[in-house]
Ligand binder design. Structure first.
Ligand code: NCD
Length: 455
C-alpha cells in the first residue's frame, strides 16, 4: 500500500530489503501474535492480498493466505497462472499493474530469476517475493531464522550446516546472506556439482566479508564423528561470519542442520543424467556427539533426502518451522500494509553504480527474467569490481565479465584489461559486448589515430 505520506511502498523482494533490526522487530510481532492471535484478528480488515503463483506451492501460498485471513483481510488468488492471462502471453509488468489495482499487496512466485524485482518496479503496491527461480525466497528465510531464534535463543554465533542442493535452492541463498549478516558460522555441505553459485559466493565475500569454502556432502556422513573437518568460522571477532580453512577450528557441536531437496525441476539435461545418489539425512547420519543438540530444518517439501525416521526425533523441527510461517507472514503482511510500526530505520538506500549498455549485453543467466520479458525490459547492470571488470545483473544478481568498456565523455572504448578503465568516471561507463558494437555506437578504440583526432 503506498504510505499515507505518498512515499514509495516497502517491498520484500530480497532479504536485503529488511535490516537486522527490522527482522528482529518482526520476530517480536510474530511472538505477540503467537501468544494471542485475537489481538490482530481485525487488523487488516478491508485490505486484500493477491497471490500470484506461476509455480507450484503448498506451504508458502497457503500460509500467506492463512496469514491474511487471520489478520481479518481478504485474499484473491491465482494459484495456477496457466489458467490466467499469462497463458495468453500477458507480460508480467501488465499483470502486476492490473492486479495491483485489485489488491493492497502482491505475493508472487515465479520461475524466472529477478521476476519479483520486475513486479516491484511495475506494481504500485508492496510486492513480496515468494520465490523467483533459484534466486531468493526471503520470507522462507524469515521463517527459518525465526525458528532458529525460538529454538536456540538467538542467531549470532550459531554453527549452521547447509546441506544438499545449494546451487538451485533459493531458500539457501537468502538464508546464507541472512546468517552471514547475523554473524552465524556456516558449514556448506553441497551435493557434488550443486555448490553455491558464484554470484552468491561473491556477494558473501564482497558484501559480508565472508570467505566461502565448501566440503563435499558425503563428508557429512563419513566425517561426522570427527566433524572438525567441516567448520568455517569468523576470522576476527568482530567480523561477520567467515568461512576459512576447516581444519583450523575444533567445533564441539552443530546447532542446526538445514537440509534441502534436489531442485530437479531446475536441472539441465546433463545435471538430470548425473547418477550420483543424493545425500540422505537419517538417524544414523546424526548419531555423532556433535549432532546431539542439532536442530534439523527443512523448508519442505522433502523427497528422499530426509528420512521419516527423524520425524519423531526431538531434534527435528521442520513441521514447527512450517507452522511458524503463519505468524511470521502475518507480521510481514501487517508491516508492509503499514499496520504495525516497527520503530526501526529502513535499510540505507543502496546506490550501486548503474551501468549503461549500448547494443545490449545479455545477462549470462539463461533463466533471468530479462530474457523472458524482453518486449519491455532491457538488461541493467551494476558494477561489482573494475579489476577484474565484473558486472551484476540488476534483476537476477548473476555476475559476468565484460570485454569492453566505453567512456561516454571521450567516446573511446577500452578493453576491460586496460589500465585506463580505472580512470573512467562511474557515470560515464558504457558496456559493449564487441568492438563492432562499440564502433556502431560511434565509439573509437582508445589510442587509435581517429580517437587521437577526437581528443
Ligand atoms: C521451498 C521453495 O519453494 O523454494 N519451499 C517452500 O517455499 N517451503 C523449497 C523447495 O521447494 O524445495
Amino acid at each position: 500500500m503506498p504510505s499515507s505520506d505518498g512515499s514509495a511502498p516497502r517491498h520484500l523482494v530480497s532479504i536485503d530489503d529488511l535490516t537486522n533490526d527490522e527482522i528482529l522487530k518482526l520476530f517480536e510481532v510474530a511472538d505477540r501474535i503467537r501468544a494471542d492471535r485475537r489481538q490482530v484478528s481485525r487488523l487488516a480488515q478491508g485490505s486484500i492480498v493477491a497471490s500470484l503463483f506461476y509455480e507450484p506451492s503448498t506451504r508458502t501460498r497457503l500460509s500467506f493466505e492463512s496469514a491474511m485471513q487471520r489478520l481479518g483481510g481478504g485474499v484473491i488468488s491465482a494459484a495456477d497462472m496457466r489458467a490466467s492471462s499469462a497463458a495468453k502471453g500477458e507480460s508480467l509488468a501488465d499483470t502486476v499493474r492490473v492486479v495491483g489495482a485489485y489488491a493492497d499487496v502482491i505475493v508472487i512466485r515465479h520461475p524466472k530469476e529477478g521476476a519479483a524485482k520486475v513486479a516491484q518496479r511495475y506494481a504500485k503496491v508492496p510486492v513480496v517475493n515468494a520465490g523467483d527461480g533459484s534466486h531468493e525466497h526471503p520470507t522462507q528465510t524469515l521463517c527459518d531464522l525465526y525458528s532458529l531464534r525460538v529454538e536456540k535463543g538467538g542467531i549470532e554465533g550459531l554453527d549452521v550446516v547447509l546441506c544438499g542442493d545449494l546451487k538451485y535452492s533459493r531458500t539457501i541463498h537468502s538464508f546464507a546472506f541472512a546468517l552471514a549478516r547475523f554473524g552465524a558460522n556456516l558449514v556448506c555441505a553441497p551435493q557434488p556439482g550443486f555448490e553455491l553459485p558464484s554470484y552468491v559466493v561473491h556477494r558473501l565475500r564482497h558484501e559480508y566479508r565472508v570467505e566461502p569454502h565448501s566440503v563435499e556432502v558425503k563428508d557429512l556422513e563419513t566425517v561426522a564423528p570427527q566433524m572438525d573437518a567441516m567448520y568455517f568460522t569468523p576470522e576476527r571477532p568482530h567480523q561477520l561470519s567467515l568461512f576459512t580453512d576447516i581444519r583450523e577450528v575444533n567445533v564441539k557441536k552443530f546447532d542446526a542442520l538445514y537440509v534441502t531437496r534436489p531442485q530437479r525441476e531446475r536441472y539441465t539435461e546433463a545435471e538430470r543424467s548425473v547418477a550420483a545418489p543424493y545425500f540422505r539425512v537419517d538417524r544414523a547420519a546424526l548419531s555423532g556427539a556433535k549432532f546431539r543438540d542439532t536442530v534439523v530444518l527443512h523448508p519442505l517439501p522433502r523427497i528422499d533426502e530426509l528420512s521419516y525416521d527423524l520425524d519423531e526425533d526431538p531434534r527435528s523441527i521442520y513441521f514447527e518451522q512450517a507452522a511458524r510461517g503463519v505468524p511470521v507472514r502475518m507480521a510481514v503482511l501487517g508491516f508492509l500494509l503499514g499496520l504495525f510500526e516497527l520503530g526501526t530505520a529502513p535499510p540505507a538506500p543502496r546506490s550501486p553504480i548503474r551501468l549503461r549498455t549500448r547494443g545490449g549485453i545479455e545477462c549470462g543467466n539463461s533463466n533471468c527474467v530479462t530474457h523472458a520479458e524482453r518486449q519491455y525490459l532491457s538488461p541493467e547492470y551494476h558494477l561489482v569490481s573494475r579489476e577484474p571488470l565484473l558486472i551484476r545483473c540488476a534483476f537476477c544478481d548473476h555476475e559476468q565479465q565484460v570485454p569492453l568498456l566505453g567512456c561516454s565523455s571521450t567516446r573511446h572504448f577500452h578493453f576491460a584489461s586496460s589500465a585506463e578503465v580505472a580512470r573512467i568516471k562511474p557515470e560515464h561507463l558504457v558496456l559493449f559486448a564487441s568492438e563492432h558494437q562499440a564502433q556502431s555506437a560511434g565509439y573509437v578504440a582508445a589510442g587509435t589515430r581517429s580517437s587521437a583526432n577526437r581528443e
